[in-house]
Design a binder for this molecule. Structure first.
Ligand code: M6R
Length: 617
């Protein structure tokens, strides 16, 4: 949701900025723009539409500036248009700003600036920022500072001090045309260190091909970036040092690697992502261990409730986590949607452990929900795919999935890796607590180890799914039914379908069908059933029989032996413990959503209205 790129060095900035924006396209956006400085003049080029459209703007190839900032905008205040696109400049043309986030008090600030004679071109919240910087540069205590560097940074700081909300901001100025000032609060921003050049981006993969050395800014921390230096300041502008982080991701991992779409590539990367996530966290016959955390038996014994809090797909992974924790650790566990949790006064105290799951680690609601739990004295544990992401910096404990960069908006390998990681966490807790028998835990570990080859087996034969996608792609409604963890994964299957194929779908606990939704079942409606738990086999078949009787067309994803000739299509998947079967049963549903979307000619990786990283409420 909004993407930021910056460059300062000796090369032409424009191609680097546009390339960076293209890498951030997956975050979701509706307009794009860049600003560079040439001969002490800021040149801005921007428009609504795709990043590639920037290449067609008149004069873009003539820009020779070696410093620049760039942005992809996902509209919040004001519709997508050239005027509302970033960068935004102040009235004097001295300052240009790009911004990711939301300025909640922008109307008050706009009113204040208007009273001081400033005018506005856009409807955005962002446009107040360059004008506020100009205001402070020319008025008040900062304006009398003689040292220009100090004065520019002081003016940016004063402006930031007035902002309420979330932001990652880049500022350039004709006053100091060799530096970019950045600051962030609750929005992602990383700085990549080069040799005689430096880079800025919303996330690491966008600039991974230029450097593997990164600085991760804290909330309310400023950085002044020139081609040969990066300086860090706290919110009172005291300078400090910051440790560099080496990121060992493979730059090619962020490319398509011969696949038609990122989503398909990421679906096929799941065996590797699962293997990497298991890593060395356990071996058969040995206890689980996490290098990153150590949680004592005394602490776990003091816990009387666990909350798992997340959004979207990550929340669906949390539902499977609840089943695992309750079964293995016998600790009551609730799963909540972060945007609900944060406003519903949940009952949290020091005996509550709150687990937050977020692929990006930057989801605004999840971060806010984590801060809330901390404020109530609970311990917090983050599960994320991005090292150093905001959520991992806020949490008491952080553990990582090793899925590699996930670019497609529709999450696939992050989900399966999250379920794997939370399974290992549940086993680890159970071992520390002694709450499950060794045999049960060893069998589950063995099932986890076998998962990658079982996923490969499913991916080896996608023909039935492709054929089914061709049959149903024009439909308007579909239903997903399951019981237990089959219901949990049905929710994820339904979300995938909605997101990328734009087909309305509902997921229901199969036993709940008779309490209302069965009224929607009529001749020809497609129902997808998931059956992986032998204990629930007969009941699930009965529920599906009820929809067949009413004319539904059925596709069943199962690892059980089903009565012959009962269902229209059956996809057989390998057997595993029902607690972790979503890791296998989700794969045909991911592929189904993918092939339906392709059949409809849609943009699989960048579905309409969606952003990869939802950094605003
Ligand atoms: O980065 P996060 O895991 O916090 O993201 C949470 C959701 O926004 C995300 O899972 C979303 O639902 C995906 N588009 C699902 O495919």
């Amino acid at each position: 949701m909004c993407g930021i790129v910056g460059y300062v060095g000796s090369k032409k900035a424009t191609p680097i900025l546009i390339d960076g924006l293209l890498s951030l396209e997956y975050r979701g956006y509706d307009s794009a723009g860049i600003a560079t400085i040439e001969n002490d003049v800021i040149k801005v080029m921007k428009d609504k539409g795709r990043v590639n459209n920037l290449n067609n703007l008149e004069g873009i190839n003539d820009l020779v500036g070696t410093i620049g900032i760039a942005h992809t905008r996902w509209a919040t205040h004001g519709k997508p248009s050239k005027e509302n696109s970033h960068p935004h400049m102040d009235n004097s043309g001295k300052f240009a700003v790009v911004h990711n986030g939301i300025i909640e008090n922008y109307s008050d600030l706009r009113e204040f600036l208007t009273s001081k004679g400033y005018t506005f071109i856009s409807q955005t919240d962002t446009e107040v920022i360059p004008n506020l910087i100009h205001y402070y540069y020319t008025n008040g205590p900062v304006s009398v500072i003689e040292d220009t560097k100090e004065k520019f940074l002081g003016a940016v700081k004063s402006a930031i001090y007035d902002l309420k909300g979330s932001y990652a901001i880049e500022v350039i100025s004709t006053i100091l045309p060799d530096e970019i000032i950045v600051v962030r609060k609750d929005s992602p921003l990383v700085i990549g260190k080069g040799n005689g050049e430096n880079y800025i981006a919303s996330d690491i993969p966008a600039i991974l091909k230029y450097t593997k050395e990164f600085y991760l800014l804290d909330d309310n921390e400023f950085a002044v970036i020139e081609k040969d230096s990066i300086r860090f300041f706290d919110n009172s502008l005291q300078e400090h040092n910051r440790a560099i982080k080496n990121i060992d991701w493979d730059a090619n991992a962020a490319g398509k690697d011969g696949f038609e779409d990122y989503m398909l590539k990421e679906i096929f990367e799941q065996p590797t992502a699962i293997r990497e996530t298991i890593g060395s966290r356990f071996r058969l016959g040995e206890k689980c261990s996490f290098d990153d955390i150590e949680i004592s038996k005394e602490y776990l014994q003091s816990i009387n409730k666990i909350f798992i809090v997340a959004c979207g797909t990550a929340m669906h992974a949390g539902l499977v986590g609840k089943a695992l924790i309750e079964n293995l650790c016998k600790i009551p566990t609730e799963v909540d949607i972060a945007s609900e949790f944060r406003y519903r006064n949940p009952l949290i105290d020091e005996h509550t452990l709150c687990i937050y799951i977020s692929q990006s680690g930057e989801t605004a609601d999840t971060i806010a929900a984590l801060k809330l739990a901390k404020a109530h004295g609970a311990k917090t544990l983050a599960i994320s795919n991005v090292i150093g992401s905001s959520i991992t910096r806020e949490a008491d404990y952080s553990i990582y999935t090793h899925a590699g960069p996930e670019i497609a908006v529709a999450s696939t390998k992050a989900y399966t890796s999250q379920v794997v990681l939370i399974s290992i966490l549940a086993i680890y807790f159970a071992e520390v607590l002694g709450s499950s028998s060794e045999t049960v835990l060893e069998e589950l570990k063995s099932d986890l180890i076998d998962l990658p080859s079982k996923v490969e087996k499913i991916l080896d034969d996608t023909e039935v799914i492709k054929a089914f996608a061709k049959k149903v792609y024009a439909e308007k409604d579909m239903f997903f039914l399951g019981r237990g963890t089959d219901y949990n994964v049905a929710l994820e299957g339904s979300l995938k379908l909605k997101e990328i194929s734009y087909i309305h779908s509902e997921a229901y606990a199969a036993g709940e069908l008779k309490h209302g939704p069965i009224a929607l079942i009529e001749n020809g409606v497609t129902v997808i059933g998931i059956i992986t738990n032998p204990n629930l086999l007969e009941k699930s078949i009965s529920n599906l029989q009820e929809v067949i009787t009413r004319g539904a067309k059925t596709l069943i994803i199962t690892n059980q032996i089903l009565p012959n000739g009962h269902f229209d299509y059956v996809i057989n998947i390998p057997e595993t413990n029902p607690l972790i079967s979503p890791i296998l049963s989700v794969i045909p549903m991911q592929l189904l959503a993918y092939y339906i979307s392709k059949q409809k000619g849609l943009d699989v990786d960048k579905p309409r209205n969606l952003a990869k990283s939802v950094t605003v409420e």
